[in-house]
Write a protein that binds this ligand. Structure first.
Ligand SMILES: [Zn+2]
Length: 98
């Protein structure tokens, strides 16, 4: 993971998930997850670090190693916030510390 996310904002009461490619196991992002349950989408401003340069407007999230599509970007209208909608079964997550 080489890119710091310029939009990152710390969220209280969150924990860190390491998101990796489900095809080749490459680490994709460190993410602040809020609440229980599966990861359905990643809020852009909760991504701490990633293997993808988020300062560029990435319409889709592809694994930098194998090129598989992992997520597509969309705007939540009510919150006026951009998220990556994760493609089910295309990624893995695990809890990490820091
Ligand atoms: Zn991959």
């Amino acid at each position: 993971m080489i890119y710091k996310n310029p939009y990152y904002r710390k969220v209280k009461g969150s924990y860190i998930l390491l998101v990796s490619c489900g095809y080749c196991k490459t680490d994709i992002a460190k993410y602040q997850k809020v609440g229980k349950g599966n990861l359905l989408r990643m809020h852009i401003n909760r991504i701490i670090k990633s293997s993808i340069d988020l300062s560029k407007d990435q319409g889709t999230l592809h694994c930098p190693n194998c090129g598989e599509l992992l997520a597509t970007r969309m705007t939540l209208k009510r919150e006026n916030e951009d998220v990556y909608k994760m493609i089910r079964s295309a990624f893995n997550t695990r809890k990490v510390h820091i």
